[in-house]
Design a protein around this ligand. Structure first.
Ligand code: G1P
Length: 294
């Protein structure tokens, strides 16, 4: 039997300000914005559960009770839907999270960056590997979900695994960028948002990570040195001094739903996959394109 520990817990950092989507995100978190009719956070949670995650840890700001409301039982709504015999809708709002899944929340009082958010979940993670999912990176895979692909790779060697994809050279300044080893799927180095002139590659980290618990002391070191945001990437760079860190060029299409263009692309693509919407949306796009203007 493999001695590699099972990845049972996933951290969802959801305390960001969502400034790129203001005013929509003035009172709701950006993770609650819907692609068609399902909020981004639900896609992320479903990907985690499909990958075998048993504990969901939301790192929230004080204003983000809408996320826990979304996953809580909605007694009044359920009663009304049941009374009106609308069992299909009832099913879509009931059991979003199966009963064997544990849900926990931890506050991130100050917005000090992704590394800080992950460190807030430390006590709940304990001494075991964990997944990190950034819900605004929405990933549509044909087969296994992105997180499941990372976990399968983790189970082979027990090393941390980062999801990466190739980006255009001019976009490297928007991501954590890895320098891969010549062979194998390991990192030589990692750097946060390098200038395109200095980038070690165009392999960009997207929002799925499996990390060993040794990441937490590294986050403390970064926190002690940081003057601004506490970057998860900087802690991974320190982890690399002691441990192998691997990358996975996953199968799947990633939508950057933290950007308006990516959000709209996701909306169109997910709508086109829906039997109830496909024809209407296609007809609208065709008519718009043929007119040459919206
Ligand atoms: C964060 C990480 C970055 C990673 C990106 C993926 O950046 O710091 O390394 O490439 O997520 O979406 P952010 O998008 O929060 O600036």
């Amino acid at each position: 039997m493999s001695s590699v520990q099972k990845v049972r817990k996933a951290i969802f950092p959801v305390a960001g300000l969502g400034t790129r989507f203001l005013p929509a995100t003035k009172s709701i978190p950006k993770e609650m914005l819907p692609i068609v009719d399902k909020p981004l956070i639900q896609y992320a949670v479903e990907e985690a559960i499909a990958a075998g995650i048993e504990t969901l840890i939301f790192v929230t700001s004080r204003k983000k009770h809408t996320i826990s409301d979304h996953f809580d039982q909605a007694f009044e709504l359920e009663t009304r839907l049941a009374a009106s015999g609308n069992s299909e809708l009832l099913d879509t709002i009931r059991n979003i999270i199966p009963s064997h899944i544990t849900r926990a929340e931890v506050p991130q009082i100050e917005p000090l960056g992704l590394g800080h958010a992950v460190n807030c979940a430390r006590e709940l993670v304990g001494d075991e590997p964990c997944a990190i999912i950034l819900a605004d990176d929405l990933i549509k895979s044909r087969g296994k979900g992105c997180l499941q692909q990372l976990i399968s790779q983790f189970e082979i060697g027990g090393n941390s695994v980062l999801a990466v994809q190739r980006v255009a050279d001019e976009d490297t300044g928007r991501y954590g960028i890895i320098e891969p080893t010549i062979d194998g799927c390991q990192l030589n180095s990692i750097i946060e948002k390098p200038n395109p002139e200095n980038t070690p590659s165009n392999l960009a980290v997207v929002g799925r990570y499996i990390l060993t618990p040794e990441i937490f002391p590294k986050l403390d070191i970064v926190a002690n040195q940081a003057s601004g945001e506490i970057q998860l990437t900087d802690a991974i760079a320190l982890l690399l001094e002691d441990q192998i860190v691997e990358y996975c060029e996953f199968e799947g299409r990633r939508y950057d739903c933290g950007s308006k263009a990516g959000f709209i692309e996701a909306t169109v693509d997910y709508a086109l996959e829906r039997a109830d919407l496909r024809d209407k949306v296609l007809a609208h796009i065709a008519a718009t394109v043929s007119k040459g203007t919206a």
